[in-house]
Design a protein around this ligand. Sequence first.
Ligand SMILES: Nc1nc2c(c(=O)[nH]1)N[C@H]1C(S)=C(S)[C@@H](COP(=O)(O)O)O[C@H]1N2
Ligand SMILES: [Mo]
Length: 299
Amino acid sequence: MAYRWKNTLTRDDATPEAVFMNRRQIIAGLSGAALVGLPDIARAQALEPNSWEDITSYNNYYEFGTRKEDPARNAHMLTTSPWKVRIDGMVDRPGDYDFADIMAKMTIEERIYRLRCVEAWSMVVPWNGFELADLLRMAGVKPQAKYVAFETALRPDEMPGVNSRVLDWPYVEGLRLDEAMHPLTIMATGLYGKDIPNQNGAPMRLVVPWKYGFKSIKSIVRITLTDTQPPTSWNKSNAREYGFYSNVNPNVPHRRWSQDSERVVGGGLFAKRVPTQMFNGYADEVAGLYEGMNLAKFY
Ligand SMILES: Nc1nc2c(c(=O)[nH]1)N[C@H]1C(S)=C(S)[C@@H](COP(=O)(O)O)O[C@H]1N2
Ligand SMILES: [Mo]
């Protein structure tokens, strides 16, 4: 049964993208029609997805360049099939898993989440994907494991951006095991019912909706279960500005800008700024993971 966060109710059924689906990216979420008859309070909370155009042309994927338009221009160079994902470390069944075999075993559903970048912009994305917990259970997590480390592909021939030393390649990220196992944490494999475009992290990228966007690492080739906190790219690059946890928190400013509001991408003349919410609006679901942590502090 699909886990449904209360605000993941809507899709804009006037959006033409919604009608495109393929066999691998079956939409199992609520259709727009399901909104009809909902009380106004539910509509008011509902997230209106950004357009396909917004989501696929305004990206951060530094392996393809640092400007927002670079990934859409360059990411076609990435070969995503065949694709292997090494799952290793503290697991019962380590190995090189074929992405197609993973897809055959996982339940794909739709999750409409807000993505909040640490740069103070956001958009609402109708992902298709599966729960990371299901993949980790497939590999069998050993009891000693406390963290999950992730690694992006590093292909200098296909990724023009890795010739720049803007980050230490490959891009790496990490989660605490309980964060990784949380039902909101997904591996996204699709967008608007189609295969996820390369610029968004094909064939498989992490989405952790209550954390700043840089935690949602793209084009994953390796997942390692470990008992020590793994290094993460932005923390290695600047530990004073980017923490390991990096939960969305309007009360903790970035050292160079406020985090208390965000620019909503798209909208043209109607572009707006909205207040940033604690845990990006997912506090009811995830605040319990951080009991005892001082939410006024930088982590
Ligand atoms: N490998 C890799 N993953 C990455 C990034 C990156 O540069 N390289 N950028 C991150 C940042 S900063 C954000 S905001 C999101 C953007 O995801 P999107 O382009 O799908 O909106 O991807 C994250 N994942
Ligand atoms: Mo970001």
